[in-house]
Design a protein around this ligand. Structure first.
Ligand SMILES: NC(=O)c1ccc[n+]([C@@H]2O[C@H](COP(=O)([O-])OP(=O)(O)OC[C@H]3O[C@@H](n4cnc5c(N)ncnc54)[C@H](O)[C@@H]3O)[C@@H](O)[C@H]2O)c1
Length: 283
Protein backbone atom coordinates (compact mmCIF):
# COMPACT_ATOMS: atom_id res chain seq x y z
CA UNK A 1 0.00 0.00 0.00
CA UNK A 2 1.37 3.45 -0.92
CA UNK A 3 1.58 6.42 1.46
CA UNK A 4 -1.30 8.02 -0.47
CA UNK A 5 -3.50 4.91 -0.30
CA UNK A 6 -2.92 4.64 3.43
CA UNK A 7 -3.47 8.32 4.26
CA UNK A 8 -6.38 8.95 1.86
CA UNK A 9 -8.64 6.13 3.06
CA UNK A 10 -10.44 6.28 -0.29
CA UNK A 11 -10.24 2.62 -1.33
CA UNK A 12 -13.61 0.89 -0.98
CA UNK A 13 -15.46 4.10 -0.14
CA UNK A 14 -18.64 5.20 -1.96
CA UNK A 15 -19.21 8.56 -3.68
CA UNK A 16 -22.28 10.12 -5.25
CA UNK A 17 -21.32 12.52 -8.05
CA UNK A 18 -24.08 14.63 -9.62
CA UNK A 19 -23.26 15.55 -13.21
CA UNK A 20 -20.52 12.91 -13.18
CA UNK A 21 -20.58 11.70 -16.79
CA UNK A 22 -19.08 14.72 -18.59
CA UNK A 23 -16.90 17.81 -18.22
CA UNK A 24 -15.46 18.35 -14.74
CA UNK A 25 -17.74 15.64 -13.31
CA UNK A 26 -16.25 12.93 -15.51
CA UNK A 27 -12.70 13.92 -14.53
CA UNK A 28 -13.73 13.76 -10.87
CA UNK A 29 -15.30 10.31 -11.28
CA UNK A 30 -12.23 9.00 -13.14
CA UNK A 31 -9.86 10.20 -10.41
CA UNK A 32 -12.04 8.87 -7.58
CA UNK A 33 -12.33 5.49 -9.32
CA UNK A 34 -8.56 5.37 -9.86
CA UNK A 35 -8.22 5.68 -6.09
CA UNK A 36 -10.58 2.79 -5.39
CA UNK A 37 -13.83 4.71 -4.87
CA UNK A 38 -17.13 3.15 -5.98
CA UNK A 39 -19.08 5.85 -7.82
CA UNK A 40 -22.81 6.52 -8.09
CA UNK A 41 -23.43 9.00 -10.89
CA UNK A 42 -26.48 10.85 -12.16
CA UNK A 43 -26.23 12.77 -15.42
CA UNK A 44 -28.71 14.28 -17.86
CA UNK A 45 -26.61 13.54 -20.96
CA UNK A 46 -27.58 10.03 -22.04
CA UNK A 47 -24.72 9.66 -24.52
CA UNK A 48 -22.27 10.54 -21.77
CA UNK A 49 -23.85 8.11 -19.28
CA UNK A 50 -23.77 5.29 -21.89
CA UNK A 51 -20.07 5.97 -22.53
CA UNK A 52 -19.33 6.08 -18.80
CA UNK A 53 -21.15 2.78 -18.22
CA UNK A 54 -19.07 1.15 -20.98
CA UNK A 55 -15.80 2.52 -19.62
CA UNK A 56 -16.55 1.44 -16.06
CA UNK A 57 -17.70 -2.02 -17.22
CA UNK A 58 -14.50 -2.50 -19.25
CA UNK A 59 -12.47 -1.65 -16.13
CA UNK A 60 -14.68 -3.96 -14.01
CA UNK A 61 -15.58 -1.09 -11.66
CA UNK A 62 -18.45 -1.57 -9.20
CA UNK A 63 -20.59 1.46 -10.10
CA UNK A 64 -24.10 2.88 -10.43
CA UNK A 65 -24.86 5.22 -13.33
CA UNK A 66 -28.33 6.77 -13.64
CA UNK A 67 -29.75 8.78 -16.51
CA UNK A 68 -31.49 11.65 -14.79
CA UNK A 69 -31.82 15.32 -14.02
CA UNK A 70 -29.98 16.49 -10.92
CA UNK A 71 -32.61 19.25 -10.54
CA UNK A 72 -35.27 16.60 -9.99
CA UNK A 73 -35.56 15.57 -6.35
CA UNK A 74 -37.24 12.28 -7.31
CA UNK A 75 -34.34 11.34 -9.59
CA UNK A 76 -31.82 12.18 -6.86
CA UNK A 77 -33.82 10.15 -4.33
CA UNK A 78 -33.77 7.13 -6.65
CA UNK A 79 -29.97 7.35 -6.98
CA UNK A 80 -29.41 7.51 -3.21
CA UNK A 81 -31.88 4.60 -2.74
CA UNK A 82 -29.82 2.49 -5.11
CA UNK A 83 -26.66 3.40 -3.20
CA UNK A 84 -28.39 2.13 -0.02
CA UNK A 85 -29.41 -1.14 -1.69
CA UNK A 86 -26.11 -1.72 -3.42
CA UNK A 87 -23.53 -0.69 -0.81
CA UNK A 88 -25.35 0.43 2.37
CA UNK A 89 -22.86 3.28 2.91
CA UNK A 90 -22.09 6.75 1.64
CA UNK A 91 -18.76 8.47 2.22
CA UNK A 92 -18.61 11.32 -0.30
CA UNK A 93 -20.99 13.60 -2.18
CA UNK A 94 -19.65 15.76 -5.01
CA UNK A 95 -22.12 18.35 -6.31
CA UNK A 96 -21.10 19.17 -9.89
CA UNK A 97 -24.47 19.93 -11.54
CA UNK A 98 -24.72 23.58 -12.51
CA UNK A 99 -24.55 25.92 -15.45
CA UNK A 100 -25.38 29.36 -16.73
CA UNK A 101 -26.01 31.65 -19.69
CA UNK A 102 -24.59 35.10 -20.40
CA UNK A 103 -26.89 38.16 -20.23
CA UNK A 104 -26.87 41.53 -18.45
CA UNK A 105 -29.19 41.33 -15.43
CA UNK A 106 -31.70 43.90 -16.76
CA UNK A 107 -32.23 41.78 -19.88
CA UNK A 108 -33.18 38.72 -17.80
CA UNK A 109 -36.60 37.79 -16.43
CA UNK A 110 -37.86 35.89 -13.36
CA UNK A 111 -38.14 32.74 -15.50
CA UNK A 112 -34.39 32.91 -16.18
CA UNK A 113 -33.55 33.64 -12.50
CA UNK A 114 -35.66 30.68 -11.48
CA UNK A 115 -33.87 28.44 -13.99
CA UNK A 116 -30.46 29.50 -12.66
CA UNK A 117 -31.41 28.88 -9.04
CA UNK A 118 -32.99 25.53 -9.96
CA UNK A 119 -29.85 24.50 -11.88
CA UNK A 120 -27.22 25.71 -9.42
CA UNK A 121 -28.53 26.09 -5.85
CA UNK A 122 -31.41 23.69 -5.30
CA UNK A 123 -29.67 20.50 -6.53
CA UNK A 124 -26.99 21.08 -3.88
CA UNK A 125 -29.62 21.49 -1.15
CA UNK A 126 -31.53 18.37 -2.23
CA UNK A 127 -28.42 16.22 -2.58
CA UNK A 128 -27.06 17.36 0.81
CA UNK A 129 -30.41 16.62 2.48
CA UNK A 130 -30.28 13.10 1.04
CA UNK A 131 -26.60 12.54 1.85
CA UNK A 132 -26.42 13.78 5.43
CA UNK A 133 -28.61 11.16 7.20
CA UNK A 134 -26.70 8.42 5.36
CA UNK A 135 -23.30 9.91 6.24
CA UNK A 136 -24.36 10.40 9.86
CA UNK A 137 -25.40 6.74 10.02
CA UNK A 138 -21.91 5.78 8.80
CA UNK A 139 -20.12 8.05 11.27
CA UNK A 140 -19.15 10.82 8.85
CA UNK A 141 -18.38 11.81 5.30
CA UNK A 142 -17.24 14.55 2.96
CA UNK A 143 -19.37 16.89 0.85
CA UNK A 144 -17.66 18.85 -1.93
CA UNK A 145 -19.47 21.49 -3.97
CA UNK A 146 -18.10 22.77 -7.28
CA UNK A 147 -18.71 26.52 -7.14
CA UNK A 148 -16.70 29.06 -9.17
CA UNK A 149 -14.38 32.05 -8.90
CA UNK A 150 -17.50 34.07 -9.85
CA UNK A 151 -18.85 33.36 -6.36
CA UNK A 152 -15.94 35.44 -5.01
CA UNK A 153 -15.90 38.42 -7.38
CA UNK A 154 -18.28 40.41 -9.56
CA UNK A 155 -19.32 38.63 -12.76
CA UNK A 156 -20.89 40.99 -15.33
CA UNK A 157 -23.30 39.02 -17.52
CA UNK A 158 -23.61 36.30 -14.89
CA UNK A 159 -25.25 38.12 -11.93
CA UNK A 160 -27.74 35.44 -10.85
CA UNK A 161 -25.35 32.53 -11.52
CA UNK A 162 -22.67 34.15 -9.37
CA UNK A 163 -25.25 34.89 -6.65
CA UNK A 164 -26.42 31.25 -6.68
CA UNK A 165 -22.84 29.96 -6.43
CA UNK A 166 -22.07 32.47 -3.64
CA UNK A 167 -25.14 31.13 -1.84
CA UNK A 168 -23.62 27.65 -2.00
CA UNK A 169 -20.37 28.98 -0.53
CA UNK A 170 -22.24 30.44 2.44
CA UNK A 171 -24.52 27.39 2.76
CA UNK A 172 -21.44 25.16 2.92
CA UNK A 173 -19.88 27.19 5.75
CA UNK A 174 -23.00 26.88 7.88
CA UNK A 175 -23.53 23.22 7.04
CA UNK A 176 -19.89 22.53 7.92
CA UNK A 177 -20.52 23.76 11.46
CA UNK A 178 -23.88 22.03 11.86
CA UNK A 179 -22.46 18.71 10.69
CA UNK A 180 -18.97 18.90 12.25
CA UNK A 181 -20.09 17.07 15.42
CA UNK A 182 -21.31 14.24 13.15
CA UNK A 183 -17.95 13.91 11.38
CA UNK A 184 -19.28 15.31 8.11
CA UNK A 185 -17.02 17.84 6.38
CA UNK A 186 -18.36 20.35 3.85
CA UNK A 187 -16.06 22.21 1.46
CA UNK A 188 -16.12 23.95 -1.92
CA UNK A 189 -13.87 23.91 -4.97
CA UNK A 190 -13.98 27.18 -6.93
CA UNK A 191 -12.33 26.93 -10.36
CA UNK A 192 -11.85 29.78 -12.82
CA UNK A 193 -11.56 28.95 -16.51
CA UNK A 194 -11.43 25.26 -17.37
CA UNK A 195 -12.29 24.59 -21.02
CA UNK A 196 -14.96 21.87 -21.08
CA UNK A 197 -17.37 21.20 -23.94
CA UNK A 198 -20.18 23.00 -22.11
CA UNK A 199 -18.09 26.06 -21.32
CA UNK A 200 -17.15 26.38 -24.99
CA UNK A 201 -20.89 26.41 -25.76
CA UNK A 202 -21.59 29.24 -23.28
CA UNK A 203 -18.56 31.40 -24.05
CA UNK A 204 -18.01 30.51 -27.69
CA UNK A 205 -15.36 32.39 -29.66
CA UNK A 206 -16.55 35.61 -28.02
CA UNK A 207 -14.80 34.57 -24.81
CA UNK A 208 -11.94 36.93 -23.97
CA UNK A 209 -10.22 33.80 -22.73
CA UNK A 210 -10.14 32.30 -26.23
CA UNK A 211 -6.82 34.03 -26.95
CA UNK A 212 -3.53 32.81 -25.49
CA UNK A 213 -2.41 36.39 -24.89
CA UNK A 214 -5.59 37.12 -22.90
CA UNK A 215 -5.01 34.04 -20.75
CA UNK A 216 -1.42 35.12 -19.99
CA UNK A 217 -2.69 38.55 -18.89
CA UNK A 218 -5.62 37.37 -16.78
CA UNK A 219 -4.37 34.13 -15.20
CA UNK A 220 -1.17 34.54 -13.19
CA UNK A 221 0.04 31.02 -14.02
CA UNK A 222 -0.49 31.79 -17.71
CA UNK A 223 -2.56 28.79 -18.74
CA UNK A 224 -6.20 27.68 -18.63
CA UNK A 225 -7.25 25.26 -15.90
CA UNK A 226 -7.19 21.54 -16.61
CA UNK A 227 -9.99 19.20 -15.57
CA UNK A 228 -7.34 17.42 -13.48
CA UNK A 229 -6.57 20.65 -11.57
CA UNK A 230 -10.15 20.55 -10.32
CA UNK A 231 -10.47 16.78 -9.86
CA UNK A 232 -7.23 16.65 -7.83
CA UNK A 233 -8.69 19.21 -5.42
CA UNK A 234 -11.84 17.11 -5.11
CA UNK A 235 -9.84 13.93 -4.44
CA UNK A 236 -7.98 15.76 -1.67
CA UNK A 237 -11.20 17.05 -0.05
CA UNK A 238 -12.93 13.66 -0.39
CA UNK A 239 -9.97 11.90 1.21
CA UNK A 240 -8.77 11.70 4.78
CA UNK A 241 -5.76 13.81 3.78
CA UNK A 242 -8.16 16.69 4.48
CA UNK A 243 -9.66 15.08 7.60
CA UNK A 244 -9.37 18.34 9.61
CA UNK A 245 -10.50 20.67 6.79
CA UNK A 246 -14.10 21.85 6.78
CA UNK A 247 -16.04 24.97 5.84
CA UNK A 248 -13.28 25.93 3.37
CA UNK A 249 -12.92 26.70 -0.32
CA UNK A 250 -10.03 25.53 -2.49
CA UNK A 251 -9.24 27.74 -5.50
CA UNK A 252 -7.61 25.67 -8.28
CA UNK A 253 -7.42 28.74 -10.54
CA UNK A 254 -3.76 29.45 -11.31
CA UNK A 255 -3.80 32.44 -8.96
CA UNK A 256 -6.76 34.24 -10.58
CA UNK A 257 -8.66 34.74 -7.30
CA UNK A 258 -5.54 36.02 -5.55
CA UNK A 259 -4.79 38.46 -8.39
CA UNK A 260 -7.98 40.47 -7.67
CA UNK A 261 -7.65 43.07 -10.40
CA UNK A 262 -3.91 42.77 -11.12
CA UNK A 263 -3.02 41.81 -14.70
CA UNK A 264 0.26 40.63 -16.22
CA UNK A 265 0.53 42.84 -19.32
CA UNK A 266 2.91 41.68 -22.08
CA UNK A 267 5.14 44.81 -22.04
CA UNK A 268 4.46 46.47 -18.70
CA UNK A 269 4.21 43.40 -16.42
CA UNK A 270 1.96 43.54 -13.35
CA UNK A 271 -0.43 46.51 -13.22
CA UNK A 272 -3.83 46.92 -11.57
CA UNK A 273 -4.97 49.18 -14.41
CA UNK A 274 -4.90 49.20 -18.22
CA UNK A 275 -1.44 50.24 -19.56
CA UNK A 276 -1.26 53.85 -20.79
CA UNK A 277 -0.18 52.68 -24.26
CA UNK A 278 -3.53 50.93 -24.74
CA UNK A 279 -5.43 54.11 -23.81
CA UNK A 280 -3.49 56.31 -26.26
CA UNK A 281 -5.10 56.25 -29.71
CA UNK A 282 -2.66 55.08 -32.44
CA UNK A 283 -1.13 57.95 -34.55
N1 LIG B 1 -15.72 24.67 -16.75
C1 LIG B 1 -15.43 25.75 -16.04
O1 LIG B 1 -14.60 26.58 -16.43
C2 LIG B 1 -16.11 25.99 -14.72
C3 LIG B 1 -15.61 27.05 -13.95
C4 LIG B 1 -16.19 27.29 -12.72
C5 LIG B 1 -17.23 26.49 -12.28
N2 LIG B 1 -17.71 25.49 -13.06
C6 LIG B 1 -18.82 24.69 -12.53
O2 LIG B 1 -18.47 23.31 -12.64
C7 LIG B 1 -19.63 22.53 -12.89
C8 LIG B 1 -19.43 21.66 -14.13
O3 LIG B 1 -19.04 22.45 -15.19
P1 LIG B 1 -18.64 21.81 -16.61
O4 LIG B 1 -17.91 22.87 -17.33
O5 LIG B 1 -18.03 20.49 -16.39
O6 LIG B 1 -20.09 21.70 -17.27
P2 LIG B 1 -20.89 20.47 -17.92
O7 LIG B 1 -22.13 21.04 -18.48
O8 LIG B 1 -20.01 19.69 -18.82
O9 LIG B 1 -21.33 19.65 -16.66
C9 LIG B 1 -20.75 18.46 -16.23
C10 LIG B 1 -21.77 17.35 -16.38
O10 LIG B 1 -22.97 17.70 -15.67
C11 LIG B 1 -24.08 17.26 -16.43
N3 LIG B 1 -25.27 18.02 -16.08
C12 LIG B 1 -25.50 19.32 -16.32
N4 LIG B 1 -26.72 19.65 -15.86
C13 LIG B 1 -27.24 18.55 -15.31
C14 LIG B 1 -28.47 18.25 -14.65
N5 LIG B 1 -29.41 19.17 -14.48
N6 LIG B 1 -28.67 16.99 -14.20
C15 LIG B 1 -27.73 16.02 -14.38
N7 LIG B 1 -26.57 16.25 -15.00
C16 LIG B 1 -26.32 17.50 -15.45
C17 LIG B 1 -23.65 17.45 -17.86
O11 LIG B 1 -24.41 16.60 -18.74
C18 LIG B 1 -22.18 17.07 -17.82
O12 LIG B 1 -22.01 15.69 -18.10
C19 LIG B 1 -20.80 23.50 -12.98
O13 LIG B 1 -21.43 23.57 -11.73
C20 LIG B 1 -20.12 24.82 -13.31
O14 LIG B 1 -20.87 25.92 -12.86
C21 LIG B 1 -17.17 25.21 -14.28
Amino acid sequence: MTWFDERSGLAGSVAVVTGGAGGLGLGIVEDLVTNGVRPAVIDIDQTATADLRDTLRERDIDAVVHDGDGRDETALTALFAEVDDRWGRLDTLVNVVGGTFRAPFVETRPKGWDALLRANLFPVLHACALAIPRMRAGGGGSIVNITTIEAHRAAPGFAVYSAAKAAIEQFARTLALEEAPHGIRVNNVAPDYVPTPNLARIAGDASAMSSEAAIRIAIPMGRPGLVSDVSSSVVFLASKLSAYVTGQTLHPDGGAHASAGWFNWPDEGWLNHVPKALLTPPE
